[in-house]
Design a protein around this ligand. Structure first.
Ligand SMILES: C[S@@+](CC[C@H](N)C(=O)[O-])C[C@H]1O[C@@H](n2cnc3c(N)ncnc32)[C@H](O)[C@@H]1O
Length: 376
């Protein structure tokens, strides 16, 4: 069942003004509703359209949010909550199998704001989730096609496009990778897809976070196919977080091997000043997610066992994967192939080892993170 209702397009369209007013005049309540999932009472404010289109539920004058609504540079993007107090089982925050990927502080907003779409481009936002990246591209692009394998995600993307007044510039497709856009060409293909490295556990991870054991299974399929979907001046841009050795992520080793004869210039901008040693990443993850009873936030649908985790660590070691990378990859046409991996002077991604989720941040920290996202 879809949480967001598209039957009444007028209610969706008029919701943006109300969200903007809530955000500017009742900021604390906005955060309580859409970041902390708390029930709130807001007097003298007609929230009916938000209830009519499924953003809020109302019970005896008190409102609660059915979705997270992320405010970014004048847009409002609805997604499912990645971790929800309503899906808490014991001490563990379980995720949803077909949920729509929520907004993390230093990921989707970063890609949305750093998009390299140009005026007049025809853009494909692959694996769009809530549609946030495509919606930001629509400001400059002539047309944006968004696609995702999850029909619920495409429903949300359509809802968000209407909410933000750009639906007339967008098309919505459901399907695996390039299936929905066969025989089409794009000036820009942009994406933040499933690139999280996870243990092999048969169905324990939802489609949005399963990047295979090295985090690069989706990326490798993309690299195999992407160039034939580009116009002669077409470009690529994606968010990458695969594991690798101390030289480069496995996704970039694959790119260097597959595209060594292709006329493209590829650039990996790391979001941290150096590759992150996996040992350190796992130690921090264990400390806060597994050993701490107050902070268990796996991205899995069912908890992963210690034996599964151990097998995965052994596999990573066996394949020489010692580090983890976060980066933005851009690819553009050139006379011949080149590749550059660049590390910034200061971390762009400030949560180096573990992404903190909104539920565990203080109110001032949430406002600060949103402000940082605005400045990307
Ligand atoms: C980490 S989420 C990111 C969503 C969105 N791009 C964002 O930045 O918020 C990954 C997305 O990839 C989609 N996905 C996973 N496998 C896919 C596939 N084979 N083809 C198309 N989309 C896929 C998921 O449904 C999910 O929406």
């Amino acid at each position: 069942m879809n949480t967001l209702i598209l039957d009444d397009v007028k209610a969706v369209e008029s919701s943006k003004k109300i969200l903007a007013r809530l955000w500017s005049q009742h900021r604390r309540q906005y955060v309580n509703l859409f970041f902390y999932e708390q029930e709130v009472k807001i007097k003298d404010f007609d929230l009916t359209p938000l209830v009519d289109c499924g953003i809020l539920s109302e019970n005896k004058g008190r409102y609660s949010a059915n979705v997270q609504v992320f405010p970014l540079s004048g847009r409002f993007i609805c997604t499912d909550f990645n971790y929800s107090t309503r899906r808490k089982k014991g001490q563990t925050f379980l995720t949803e199998k077909d949920g729509v990927w929520g907004i993390l502080p230093e990921e989707t907003p970063l890609m949305a704001k750093k998009n390299i779409a140009r005026k007049g481009d025809v853009v494909l936002d692959l694996a769009t989730g809530s549609g946030m990246i495509g919606i930001f591209c629509a400001a400059k692009a002539k047309k944006v096609i968004v696609s995702d394998v999850n029909p619920r995600a495409i429903h949300y993307a359509k809802f968000n496009a209407i909410l933000n007044g750009v639906a007339h510039k967008m098309e919505f497709r459901v399907g695996n990778l390039f299936e929905p856009v066969k025989r089409q060409k794009f000036d820009l293909i942009i994406w933040n897809g499933p690139t999280v490295a996870v243990p092999e556990t048969k169905g324990k991870y939802p489609i949005y976070s399963d990047g295979g054991m090295d985090g690069a299974s989706f990326t490798k399929q993309f690299i195999d196919q992407a160039l034939k979907f580009l116009t002669p001046h077409g470009r690529l841009q994606w968010y990458d977080c695969a594991v690798g050795d101390d030289k480069a992520p496995v996704s970039m080793h694959y790119l260097m091997q597959k595209w060594r004869d292709k006329p493209v210039r590829a650039h990996f901008l790391s979001l941290t000043t150096e590759p992150l040693p996996l040992e350190k990443v796992f130690a921090v993850y264990d400390k806060y997610n597994l050993s701490s009873p107050a902070f268990r936030t796996p991205l899995s649908v069912k908890p992963v066992t210690a034996a599964e985790e151990k097998r995965w660590h052994a596999w990573l070691k066996q394949h020489g994967h010692t580090h983890c990378y976060y980066g933005i990859v851009t690819v553009e046409p050139a006379r011949k192939f080149s590749f550059k991996l660049e590390f910034p002077k200061r971390d762009i991604r400030t949560d180096r080892y573990l992404t903190r989720y909104w539920l565990w941040m203080s109110y001032p920290t949430i406002l600060k993170k949103i402000k940082v996202a605005e400045s990307y």
